[in-house]
Design a protein around this ligand. Structure first.
Ligand code: NAP
Ligand code: ZN
Length: 361
């Protein structure tokens, strides 16, 4: 058994202001990495700026992170950085947080080019502070950074493990999130929990996070369907996401994530929705004990009821036959792409999962 989770995490109202000293202790010059709009609208960027200015920390902002950031997008941020950067602050959904980790790796290795991103080697990185404003990826705590690789028409996780040093969660930043962002990202968190539980790397510790967060997930359909917007519901959604991040930090994700990446790349399907569509078929092929355990924890009588709930929240997905064929072929021909799936997978099983999960057109 191996356990490593070195990130200090706080979740509370006014979290950024309350932990001003912890942020400022990271150095004298910060590089803020964020998306185009949301961090300006939900107050997170202002909170960070006011903490840095009060602490006399110099800072530069890159606010051009796109959804599903690409290698090129990360390198644009790297080029804009100040040479004196001591630490990186990622603010936003999984996209800016993942980008901030990749930027921290590149800034710590200024003599290297973008090839470093996907090179398997021991490379250092600058300290990263993460401030999530969506409730699904858990990227504030995971060591993963997932980037779009245009040359391969898909997305892939960097081989480097970049652990944030400090994760600060203020649930109220979710107040500005549209319903679709809440729904898609809450389903992503559910995906992390299910894929971590049904995973060949699962351990007592990873299952402990899953068990706890799956039982918290029981309240999520009610919150999302009735649009319950309160501090308590935001805190629940954020903490489920963080626990799920702790679980996948140990196990990694599995087939639904691998199957989701081409859908996001080719059809622009949001990450959580693309993952969610494959979850129930993934569960049906797993051992009955795990499947029933997950269902009972999150309060569903059958896999079909869970599938209906996911579709009700996120909608159905149509996939052209050519894309389905390409995905199935790519994944079945590369054992590494079968991820951490604990049961044997072949082309026939992948087609079963595909046919059950999406409408092929
Ligand atoms: P996202 O791509 O970060 O953001 C989606 C949209 O939500 C953007 O338009 C963003 O606007 C907006 N948004 C973010 N926070 C908001 C708020 N509080 N209020 C209003 N709008 C808000 O979405 P995500 O689902 O969180 O992240 C997906 C990415 O994370 C994918 O690239 C996925 O591969 C990755 N991921 C990483 C991990 C990991 O462990 N590292 C795990 C799972 C997924 P702005 O662009 O204006 O900010
Ligand atoms: Zn995910």
């Amino acid at each position: 058994m191996y356990y490593k989770l070195p990130t200090e995490l706080h979740c509370e109202k006014n979290c950024i202001i309350n932990h001003a000293d912890d942020i400022c202790a990271h150095g004298k010059s910060a590089y803020i990495i964020t998306g185009k709009h949301s961090s300006k609208e939900n107050g997170s960027l202002n909170d960070v700026i006011s903490v840095l200015e009060s602490g006399h920390i110099s800072y530069k902002i890159f606010d051009g992170v796109c959804e599903n950031p690409s290698i090129e997008n990360v390198m644009e941020a790297v080029k804009t950085a100040s040479e004196s950067t001591d630490f990186v602050i990622g603010i936003g959904g999984g996209s800016p947080l993942d980008a901030s980790k990749a930027v921290s790796l590149m800034l710590a290795n200024p003599d290297k080019n973008e090839d470093l991103l996907y090179q398997k080697c021991d490379a250092g990185y600058l300290p990263v502070v993460t401030i999530p404003t969506t409730c699904g990826t858990g990227s504030e705590i995971t060591p993963y950074s997932i980037l779009t690789i245009h040359s391969l028409c898909t997305k892939s996780s960097l081989p480097h493990k970049i652990y944030p040093s400090l994760a600060l969660i203020d649930p109220m930043y979710l107040d500005s999130a549209p319903d679709t962002v809440l729904k898609n990202t809450a389903i992503d968190a559910l995906g992390h929990l299910i894929e971590s539980y049904i995973n060949k790397n699962a351990s007592g510790i990873s299952k402990m996070f899953c068990n706890h967060a799956l039982s918290m997930w029981k309240a999520v359909p009610y919150i999302l369907k009735n649009n319950i917007r309160s501090y308590e519901s935001y805190e629940l959604l954020m903490m489920i996401s963080a626990y799920a991040g702790m679980a996948i930090s140990h196990t990694g994700t599995s087939l639904p994530h691998k199957l989701s990446y081409p859908l996001t790349y080719e059809r622009n399907v949001p990450h959580g929705k693309a993952v969610g569509t494959f979850l129930c078929a993934y569960m049906r092929h797993a051992d009955i004990y795990s499947c029933n355990h997950i269902l009972s924890l999150c309060g569903f009588a059958t896999v079909q009821i869970l599938a209906d709930t996911i579709h009700e929240l996120c909608g159905h997905i149509e996939v052209p036959l050519s894309l389905a064929k390409k995905s199935v072929k790519d994944i079945s021909s590369d054992p590494k792409k079968l991820g951490n799936c604990p049961y044997p997978v072949n082309e026939e099983i992948l087609w079963d999962i595909y046919n059950e999960s999406v409408k092929i057109i």
